[in-house]
Design a protein around this ligand. Structure first.
Ligand code: UP5
Ligand code: MG
Length: 191
């Protein structure tokens, strides 16, 4: 049984901004749980479930999977952890998903937003695509992912920014340099 509800942190940023890389570093230092919505969806694809093929197609097209699906995967993951902090990586990607999470699952502490120009993100993703095996790490899918990010996901950042809930991080430096800034946002919780 859980002693208390975990603190929730949203980790957002464009495709290839470094969300997963920085979350890995955070969990090493702070002993939090890290749930990547994209990883949970890819696991669903690999499970061969009924909705797996549909999800795979959406990911390849850079489209956002129905919020109820992602939300239920995340809820299950959060319910199963006894860590005191949880990083939600790559979700919410749409305004209604943000509202649904807040009303149905939990409130959150802040949004960590990795700010990175498309040129840099594209270079990183094309490089990773040589070995990642991800269906969306190709030039055409990357273009679609950027379009969805700008049109649909950036408004989530703007919405929370207007409520002063966003910590904006320059994501263009090396992973270690970026992490120096990232970690400062979490030390306050570990005292
Ligand atoms: N790299 C990282 N940081 C670097 C740095 N500072 N300097 C140089 N290189 C750096 O990094 C990407 C690559 O860059 C890696 O090779 C890394 O080594 C290097 P990574 O940390 O993986 O970046 P990340 O932001 O996590 O990139 P990712 O590709 O995972 O982001 P996306 O947001 O595109 O992918 P995600 O897995 O979140 O979603 C995939 C798809 O799932 C979505 O397009 C969508 O179709 C679907 N989805 C939903 O429908 N709903 C959801 O809620 C979530 C996903
Ligand atoms: Mg990722």
């Amino acid at each position: 049984a859980k002693s208390q509800k975990p603190k929730i942190f949203f980790v957002l940023g464009g495709p290839g901004a470094g969300k997963g890389t920085q979350c890995d570093k955070i969990v090493q230092e702070f002993d939090y749980a890290h749930f990547s919505a994209g990883d949970l969806l890819r696991a669903e694809v690999n499970s061969g479930s009924e909705q797996g093929a549909m999800i795979d197609g959406m990911i390849k097209d850079g489209k956002i999977v129905a919020g109820e699906i992602t939300l239920s995967l995340l809820r299950k993951a959060i319910d199963g952890t006894d860590k005191k902090g949880v990083l939600i990586d790559g979700f919410p990607r749409k305004l209604d998903q943000a509202g649904a999470f807040e009303s149905q699952v939990s409130d959150f502490e802040f949004v960590l937003f990795f700010d990175c120009p498309e040129k840099t993100m594209e270079e990183r993703l094309l490089q990773r695509g040589k070995t990642s095996g991800r269906v969306d790490d190709n030039a055409e899918s990357i273009r679609k992912r950027f379009k969805t990010f700008v049109e649909t996901s950036l408004p989530v950042i703007e919405y929370y920014d207007a409520k002063s809930k966003v910590k904006r991080i320059d994501a263009t430096q090396s992973p270690d340099e970026v992490y120096k800034v990232v970690r400062e946002n979490f030390t306050v919780y570990s005292s």
